[in-house]
Design a protein around this ligand. Structure first.
Ligand code: HEM
Length: 396
């Protein structure tokens, strides 16, 4: 994608506004209004067009020629591949090539093989909770589980997990400087890691990326750094956010919680419904590549469009009674993992981690309940809906 200088200036200005605008706990009320309005709505705060309706979101996600994922540009107008977090910020054909490579690490078979390890990590974390009466699910389980799994897959030392948390927090933050610094830190970290693996390769993903070839060509250092940063962040931040969200949905819907107690086999359906009802990833921006008319709105080259997965999941034209939490909803074609060519690569892993974590947690502490003495709060983030803490009483 090559934008005219004018379009580039507008895109950079819009990106600053969009990344600086945090999601709020009650953002779903805003989505309800958006769903009632026809076409796209222009949001001054985010300097972006908002697409809420399911059909519009799908159309945008499928038309990658008009709606590009290449949203992070260097000052010279080229795509910043590290800050774009690898394939997430690329369009075809380059996206397709890199995705094929990354996808090999996340096939159904490869992910299924991780099950015993995920169970072992979960049990260790639950053992550590056992002697407490109240714990924060985020700190005690939801964060350490997926970050350990992805760190082991990539082959980075578990001792470094603490600093990842801090950097990942900054990376999703609404403060532009913090975000830029966090990208730089990840780039420096993984550059060092890649150098180490070049000297002594092992069985991990970093070594696999170093030796991989696409059309007879090796991946560049930037490609590898970008892929590692993306997998590390996407591989834990989202799942860490989903685990407390499922518990929160069940807390708010005691009839669903009771049904799940009698029918634990409904847990995967409860997780899908939580992904629909209260999506973790609310949108990922797209850049308009040429002047175009969309649902009576005149979009200009360089405009930013936000396809709101989280709002589309409440579109009554697609989901009957959309504001009801219904574990037995079928079909449930939610957009919690996106749609189209960027459909989440880690969905199978995320589902497995979340279901193991919650199955073992609820089996060990069947009477656990949210500690309502503490108010729920979101982390300051533009597109990820993530609770700072989710305190629970383990026993009643
Ligand atoms: C609850 C957990 C998760 C949620 C809600 C989630 C959500 C998403 C969404 C909505 C997208 C699409 C972005 C777009 O259209 O621009 C996406 C892409 C992606 N996700 Fe996930 N994700 C989760 C877990 C994971 C995990 C565990 C991994 C890896 C280990 C992962 C890796 C990726 C990658 C690599 C992409 C980019 C795919 C591409 O651009 O082709 N995700 N995810």
């Amino acid at each position: 994608m090559v934008l005219t200088p004018d379009a580039r200036t507008r895109l950079l200005a819009a990106r600053k506004l969009q990344t600086a605008t945090p999601l709020t706990l009650d953002v779903f009320t805003e989505y309800r209004h958006l769903l009632d309005a026809p076409g796209l709505s222009y949001d001054e705060r985010r300097g972006s067009w908002l697409a809420a309706r399911y059909a519009d979101v799908n159309r945008i996600l499928l038309d990658t020629k008009t709606f590009s994922s290449q949203r992070t540009l260097n000052p010279d107008g080229s795509v910043d591949e590290v800050a774009s977090a690898s394939i997430l910020g690329l369009d075809p054909p380059r996206h397709r090539h890199l995705r094929q490579l990354l996808a090999q690490a996340f096939t159904q078979r490869r992910v299924a093989e991780l099950e015993p390890r995920i169970q072992a990590i979960t049990n260790r974390l639950l053992d550590a909770m056992d002697s407490h009466s109240t714990v924060d699910v985020v700190d005690a389980l939801a964060f350490p589980l997926p970050v350990t799994v992805i760190a082991e897959l990539l082959g980075v030392p578990i001792a470094d997990i603490g600093q990842f948390r801090e950097w990942a927090n900054d990376l999703l933050n609404t403060d532009f400087e913090l975000r830029a610094k966090a990208f730089e830190r990840f780039a420096i970290y993984f550059d060092g890691m890649v150098e180490q693996r070049r000297r002594s390769p092992t069985e991990d993903l970093i070594s696999a990326f170093i030796s991989a070839e696409i059309d007879g060509e090796r991946l560049s250092q930037r490609d590898i750094t970008g892929a590692c940063t993306l997998l590390l962040i996407a591989g834990h931040e989202t799942t860490a956010s989903l685990i407390p969200i499922v518990l929160w949905c069940l807390d708010e819907h005691p009839e669903a919680r009771a049904e799940l107690t009698h029918h634990p086999e409904l847990l995967p359906a409860a997780i899908e419904e939580a992904l629909r009802y209260r999506a973790v990833v609310h949108y990922l921006p797209r850049v308009v590549t040429c002047d175009v008319e969309f649902e009576d709105c005149r979009l200009r080259e360089g405009d930013l469009v936000l396809p709101l997965f989280a709002a589309a999941n409440h579109d009554r034209h697609h989901f009957p009674d959309p504001d009801r939490f219904d574990m037995r909803r079928s079909p449930n074609r939610h957009l919690g993992f996106g749609y189209g060519i960027h459909l989440c690569l880690g969905a199978t892993l995320a589902r497995l981690e979340t279901s193991i974590a919650l199955r073992l947690l609820l089996a060990r502490f069947p009477t656990l309940a949210r500690d309502r003495s503490q108010k729920l709060e979101l982390r300051p983030a533009a597109f990820v809906y993530s609770l700072k803490h989710y305190p629970i009483r383990l026993r009643n």
